[in-house]
Design a protein around this ligand. Structure first.
Ligand code: NAP
Length: 275
């Protein structure tokens, strides 16, 4: 059994997630166990070795596929059996995006992207938020691509006013349905499957912030900016993954009173921004 702070970062063996793990391991030292999680842990072994070689022995590697309920449930059991059933900080970083040059039809891109990035995120929240105690924090790595302005004023109002996850899910399902017929624009949505999935993540984060305020748990959304990674590419993005991780670490490591003041907000570069 562990009495240390437990931090979980999804999709974190590479890219921004890896930098979040590394920076949090450096910040907390012996005071925390930081879970680097990956859907395929064999791909993560060299990342783990990299951190251990730096003397960061407070990192643990675990299997976690956000799109698999079975995988998320097994991860939950691991935390329940070995870590007092407590996750003090949950960093939702895992996501995918089709490349601009992808040849899959938009209907398929919309379905798969929303399935992974939105419904996978919800699976993690359903299973793991109950393990976050009073005083805990949830940071969602969203994106400026998830901006509210990409949907019609009707959906902007529905998402802004949402008090339950079912309302957000209904909007996401309507987007995927419209995309099956190529009618997403007429229906009031955008032509970005990734942007819509991140919009859903931000809207759900705002609902979770409202629901968990009573339990004194802070839930914040953030955008890391355009960073070099497998997802965004290595030539054009101006930022490093470490720079993208900075605001996550800032949000996770500030005192809890400050975290609660920020709960429900959307952040970039250590500042609150408009959704
Ligand atoms: N880079 C940017 O410019 C940028 C801008 C705004 C927001 N973001 C956000 O930042 C986060 C990290 O992205 P990145 O740029 O660092 O890209 P990345 O290097 O491609 O990292 C994405 C990570 O998510 C994992 N992942 C995807 N689906 C998963 C699933 N179902 N279960 C578990 N892990 C899964 C990937 O694992 P696999 O290798 O197994 O697929 C990978 O480890 C994402 O949420 C992304 O949307 C990035």
């Amino acid at each position: 059994m562990s009495s240390k702070k437990v931090i979980v970062v999804t999709g974190s063996y590479k890219g921004i997630g890896f930098e979040i793990v590394r920076l949090l391991c450096e910040f907390y030292g012996d005071r925390a166990t930081v879970f680097m999680t990956a859907r395929d842990p064999t791909r993560a072994q060299s990342s783990l070795d990299n951190l251990r070689a730096k003397g960061l022995n407070n990192v643990e590697l675990a299997q976690l596929d956000i799109s698999s309920k079975d995988s998320v449930t097994k991860f939950r059991s691991l935390i329940e059996s070995g870590y007092n059933g407590v996750i003090h900080s949950l960093i939702n970083n895992a996501a995918m995006a089709f490349k601009v040059a992808a040849t899959e039809p938009f209907s398929q891109q919309a379905k798969e992207t929303v399935q992974n990035n939105y419904f996978g995120h919800l699976t993690v929240c359903d299973q793991l938020l109950p393990l976050v105690p009073t005083g805990g924090v949830v940071v969602n790595v969203a994106s400026g691509g998830g901006r509210l302005g990409q949907v019609s004023s009707k959906y902007q109002k529905i998402l802004t006013d949402a008090n339950d996850i079912a309302t957000v899910t209904d909007v996401m399902n309507k987007f995927v349905s419209a995309a099956q017929e190529g009618k997403q624009k007429e229906a009031g949505f955008s032509n970005s499957a990734y942007g819509m999935s991140k919009l859903g993540m931000i809207a759900a984060g705002k609902v979770h912030a409202k629901q968990l305020r009573e339990k004194n748990i802070s839930v914040v959304n953030m955008c890391p900016g355009w960073c070099k990674s497998d997802m965004a590419g290595w030539e054009r993005p101006p930022r490093t993954a470490e720079e993208g991780a900075d605001t996550v670490v800032w949000l996770e490591t500030m005192d809890h009173t400050s975290q609660m003041k920020r709960s429900g907000g959307f952040f970039r570069d250590r500042r609150q921004i408009e959704w």
